[in-house]
Ligand binder design. Structure first.
Ligand SMILES: NC(=O)c1ccc[n+]([C@@H]2O[C@H](COP(=O)([O-])OP(=O)(O)OC[C@H]3O[C@@H](n4cnc5c(N)ncnc54)[C@H](OP(=O)(O)O)[C@@H]3O)[C@@H](O)[C@H]2O)c1
Length: 343
């Protein structure tokens, strides 16, 4: 296969996604322990908006943006074992998070933040960070897995993994939330989804949500969750709202239930008092994406239950800024994807 001498990549100057720079750089060949990947698709996350506006910790200056890609290996370095040209792969979000707990050093290997990311035509990836794309998924679908899907999987499969019959509360219909819905359903749970929009809730219902609540027309959605669960509250809440939702999430979660603290998309100034925490003996667990081992475990679940990521819209590489704008508008359900390679 003939390789180009130069590649195109999007870099951020921290002044917002509208000012991302599409630049050319020389194609670098992989080190002996790396593979060169031709990138086919990239998916966006809420984090990408924060990185582009400089509002994210520890960003490399002029970083190549994006954390989640799917592509094909075109060259495997001389010392690489177990991977070959032609393999369809994703890279783990934190390149060095192989298994077990993350650390500050490992988190500093996260793509599209402290190290250059994936919104480019080719990149070199250490072979230890690679994961096969499940066979039933396209490149576009595979590109949605590394951050949003793995975060939802890690949340629901922590120290006390989800089990059949558990009740799960999902806030909103963005990337992490829709994967949370799909993983919870695949695990045999009963799922309640909230959203700002009846249209989006219809989509959640089509995916399989058992109960839906519009949090705009039902501002006391926590009380509604209690009604649905017969006053008990849910076993697991995937908390993507943060300051604007955490008090109600606490109300809606059962005694000794899990609140998986993932994000902060909802503005507000609410907090949870230590009295509340002890009164209900809640278990708050911060989630920080996941490891290669968890990624492989998740892919086995996706294969076994034929889970297909929900893609809202696919943009071309040249339309990357429009893709960011679409993500920012929060009109999407599931994932926003950029098709990098035309072939
Ligand atoms: N800790 C981690 O490892 C990790 C990993 C991934 C993401 N995150 C964080 O998780 C959050 C979600 O990320 P994402 O990429 O999934 O975002 P996203 O795809 O942009 O989805 C955002 C969605 O949040 C929902 N939302 C907004 N305000 C809400 C509210 N008040 N109550 C309930 N839902 C609300 C909206 O859905 P509706 O219109 O349906 O309400 C919106 O579409 C972000 O804060 C992100 O930084 C953390």
């Amino acid at each position: 296969m003939s390789l180009p001498k130069t590649i195109r990549e999007y870099r951020s100057n921290g002044e917002g996604y509208q000012n991302l720079m599409l630049v050319e750089s020389l194609l670098e060949l992989p080190k002996s322990t790396e593979v060169l990947v031709k990138i086919h698709a990239v998916s966006l996350q809420y984090r990408d908006l924060l990185v582009a506006s400089g509002h994210y910790r520890g960003i490399k200056p002029n970083v190549v943006v994006g954390s989640d890609m799917a592509g094909k290996i075109v060259i495997a370095g001389a010392e690489v074992k177990g991977w070959k040209a032609g393999d369809r792969v994703c890279a783990n979000f934190s390149l060095d998070h192989l298994d077990g707990d993350t650390t500050a050093e490992i988190f500093a290997t996260s793509l599209g933040g402290p190290v250059d990311g994936v919104l480019r035509e080719y990149m070199n990836v250490p072979s230890h960070s690679l994961v096969h794309i499940p066979e039933h998924l396209s490149y576009e679908e595979g590109s949605t897995l590394p951050c949003a899907a793995l975060t939802a999987y890690n949340a629901l499969n922590g120290p006390k993994p989800i089990k059949g019959g558990d009740t799960v509360l999902i806030l909103g219909t963005g990337g992490v939330s829709i994967f949370g819905l799909q993983i919870a359903l695949a695990s045999g749970a009963e799922v309640i989804v909230t959203s700002s929009s009846d249209e989006k809730l219809k989509v959640a219902q089509q995916i399989g949500a058992h109960h839906i609540i519009n949090y705009t027309t039902t501002p006391n959605w926590d009380q509604e969750v209690l009604k649905i669960t017969g006053g008990r509250g849910v076993d697991h809440t995937i908390e993507v709202g943060g300051p604007g939702t955490i008090t109600k999430s606490s109300n809606a979660t059962r005694m000794v239930g899990y609140i998986h603290v993932v994000g902060r998309v909802a503005e507000g100034d609410s907090g949870v008092s230590t009295l509340e925490i002890t009164k209900k003996a809640h278990i708050y667990r911060g989630v920080l994406i996941g490891s290669v081992a968890q990624f492989n475990a998740m892919n086995r679940l996706f294969k076994a239950r034929n889970i297909k990521p929900v893609i809202d819209k696919v943009f071309s590489f040249e339309q990357a800024i429009d893709a960011y704008a679409h993500l920012e508008s929060q009109k999407h359900v599931g994932k926003v994807v950029i098709k990098v390679s035309k072939v």
